[in-house]
Design a protein. Structure first.
Length: 252
């Protein structure tokens, strides 16, 4: 966030106590309704139906919950950063944008996969998961679905490694492994196991999420002074210098 934006927010805090709505001069301008803040406001989200959350209802409910929690719980500076990054100007445009993102990139194709039997979808488990999330106070983790069994197990892929897939949800879990739906340049995807430490690779997307493709094999991210080809080869906070080694840009 720019110093100018921080200054604008700081200046706004001098407004009279009766203020309920504030416009923060981001691009686009951000409107925050301060009458809808705190734990009670954070829980003011429509509850799932008794039948649970169907695939078609997931994204609208997800967007509604995330944006309500964000505007009710987060500091104005945090909301402003998210608004600038994702181009929303108030809670309604936050819901609309996140709903589109969820439908296209998070859950795109899942309804077809459920109908085809590639995904087992437990609507009632998702309903319990959302109810728990909605009830969480601002002091609890509120930014995403809770890390609990009825959330983790509400959706299960049935396609084993090597089978055809259309979404990441299609692939069955394998204990101790990371499975993804890998797409070639053309044609359907295939459920594939990501490489563990020492597995051969060309790029990091072939490696488990905690590893990077370094010198032809999946390895932990490079530490300062270690060889690299790309920025992502290096550990957090480090960059890949022109000399081909990871370095800390804050050091001279």
């Amino acid at each position: 966030m720019s110093l100018a934006l921080l200054a604008l927010i700081a200046c706004d805090r001098t407004q009279p106590a009766q203020e309920t709505t504030r416009v923060v001069k981001t691009s686009p301008p951000l409107t925050i309704d301060f009458s809808k803040r705190g734990d009670a406001a954070a829980a003011a989200v429509p509850r799932p139906a008794a039948a649970g959350v169907a695939p078609s209802a997931f994204c609208p409910m997800y967007a509604e919950t995330v944006c309500r929690k964000l505007f009710a719980c987060a500091e104005p500076e945090v909301i402003a950063v998210d608004a600038a990054a994702h181009q929303f100007s108030d809670e309604a445009s936050c819901r609309a944008g996140l709903g589109r993102f969820c439908g296209k990139l998070m859950l795109g194709g899942v309804e077809e996969s459920v109908a085809a039997g590639r995904v087992r979808w437990d609507a009632k488990s998702f309903g319990r998961c959302f109810n728990t999330w909605i009830e969480q106070a601002c002091a609890q983790p509120w930014g995403d679905l809770p890390d609990r069994a009825d959330c983790r197990e509400a959706s299960r892929g049935t396609v084993t490694p090597g089978g055809s897939c259309t979404t990441a949800f299609d692939c069955a879990e394998v204990e101790g492994a990371e499975i993804v739906c890998a797409f070639p340049e053309s044609g359907p995807g295939t459920c594939a196991q990501l490489g563990g430490r020492g597995a051969p690779c060309e790029f990091s997307n072939a490696c488990q999420s905690a590893l990077r493709c370094r010198q032809g094999t999946c390895q932990p991210p490079g530490q300062e002074g270690e060889p690299c080809r790309f920025k992502d080869d290096c550990a957090a906070g480090l960059l890949c210098a022109e000399a081909g080694t990871c370095h800390n840009p804050l050091k001279r």
